[in-house]
Design a protein around this ligand. Structure first.
Ligand code: FES
Length: 116
């Protein structure tokens, strides 16, 4: 079996409403993950792209978060209605969806202006 060309992680982490950091799903459910899987399959990417639920990706203030490897493209504030653009533009054509990308200066830094 050939290896996957891309791996997509969709954060499914859920925290209580009074937690110090937000979470990507309020109840651990995600239409986003389901939609990405459906559209990916319809686009003929089964066996080429793997789409997984993940735990916290530590970019919580920008959630719901999605990251695509091997390019390490991070998408933030992703809604189920954005799934089509990610599949068609990024996963099929190889062009990241710029409007959904999290700014480089916000990734993996405690000085991100969006963090408290
Ligand atoms: S809860 Fe989703 S990135 Fe932390």
């Amino acid at each position: 079996m050939p290896r996957f060309e891309r791996h997509v992680f969709v954060c499914h982490n859920s925290r209580p409403a009074d937690a110090p950091r937000p979470s990507c799903t309020a109840d651990g459910k995600s239409d986003l993950h389901t939609r990405l899987q459906q559209l990916s399959k319809e686009a003929g990417l089964a066996g080429k792209v793997r789409i997984n639920k993940s735990g916290c990706l530590d970019q919580c203030e920008h959630g719901p978060m999605v990251v695509v490897y091997p390019e390490a493209v991070w998408y933030g504030n992703v809604r189920p209605e954005d799934a089509g653009a990610i599949v068609e533009e990024h996963l099929v054509r190889g062009r990241p969806v710029e409007r959904l990308r999290v700014a480089e200066e916000c990734l993996n830094t405690k000085t991100c202006p969006h963090r408290d």
